[in-house]
Design a protein around this ligand. Structure first.
Ligand code: HXC
Length: 258
């Protein structure tokens, strides 16, 4: 599929997906979301990709769902087409790790897209918010759900009810982002993190992603049991033997995803 609203560059086992609708601050319209999901699925299925990075521009990761596209829709339209359910489901099904590298605005659907990634590295210029309330609607791609789990009820209520923006510093303090870096270093840091992940065994990487995500879906006891079962299963892999032998032999492991 030829992409018009994103670019994809794959190098050294990392796929870099850049949202590229500068005139609309990367507002998420249906074409952009479809291209993004398709690119994610292609990367997930490619042997040349072991980690994925999604980014936007210096000014905006994404300023939300496309208000112009949404404005004329009726309840029947959005209910019938199940607006954003497809994108949410497709992103959630990606098994390889996805890092959001966020500079500038990550608002509404943009903030929700970043939260749907596995972790967020933010530039010190990043601004997060769920301003849908100012449009007479509410979040629709996880803004009342993922944000609440990440930053707690009080701050999520504050963000969703007032529509105010959070700085990168506040987002880090609240646990929304994993690290904040100077804007000039954002891509270097994000690509280095992706590179580091790409060197690991994909079996461990995908099992960890599945297990951490499980913690949001189940009780602690069930989650611990799930983790233990997956942990036990890793002893059936060659990479477990290689990783532990390499440690004892004081050398770097050569993982083969087997
Ligand atoms: C469509 C958008 C847009 C959006 C910006 N633009 N955000 N178009 N949908 N979400 C367009 C503007 O219309 C303008 O185009 C161009 O991008 C530049 O934006 P400006 O407003 O001129 O820039 P600036 O003054 O710097 O202000 C930046 C901003 C502001 C603070 C980010 O654009 C803004 O408030 N945007 C809307 C943010 C928002 O409400 N997001 C939530 C959307 S609802 P023109 O052609 O006029 O120059 C949502 C629902 C989620 O996300 C549900 C699940 C996905």
């Amino acid at each position: 599929m030829a992409f018009e609203m994103i670019t994809v560059d794959t190098e050294d086992y990392v796929a870099l997906i850049r949202l590229n609708r500068p005139d609309a601050l990367n507002a998420l319209n249906s074409q952009l979301l479809d291209e993004l999901c398709t690119a994610l699925e292609e990367a997930d299925g490619s042997e040349k990709v072991r980690c994925i990075v999604i980014t936007g521009s210096e000014k905006a990761f994404a300023a939300g769902a496309d208000i112009k596209e949404m404005s004329e829709k009726s309840f029947v339209d959005v209910f019938t087409e199940n607006m954003f359910a497809g994108a949410n489901d497709r992103i959630t099904r990606i098994r390889k790790p996805v890092i959001a590298a966020v500079a500038g605005y990550a608002l509404g659907g943009g903030c929700e897209l970043a939260m749907a990634c596995d972790f967020i590295i933010a530039a010190d210029t990043a601004k997060f918010g769920q301003p849908e309330i100012n449009l007479g609607v509410m979040a629709g791609l996880g803004g009342t759900q993922r944000l609440t789990r990440f930053v707690g009820k009080s701050k999520s209520m504050d963000m969703n009810l007032t529509g105010r923006f959070m700085t990168a510093e506040e987002a880090e303090r609240a646990g929304l982002v994993s690290r904040v870096v100077p804007a000039k270093k954002l891509m270097e840091e994000a690509m280095a993190a992706a590179q580091k992940i790409a060197e690991k065994s994909m079996l461990s990487v995908m099992a960890i992603k599945e297990s951490v995500n499980r913690s949001y879906e189940t009780t602690l006891a069930e989650g611990i049991l799930f983790e233990r079962r997956v942990f036990h299963s890793m002893f059936a892999t060659e990479d477990q033997k290689e990783g532990m032998s390499a440690f004892m032999e004081k050398r770097q492991p050569q993982f083969r995803d087997k």
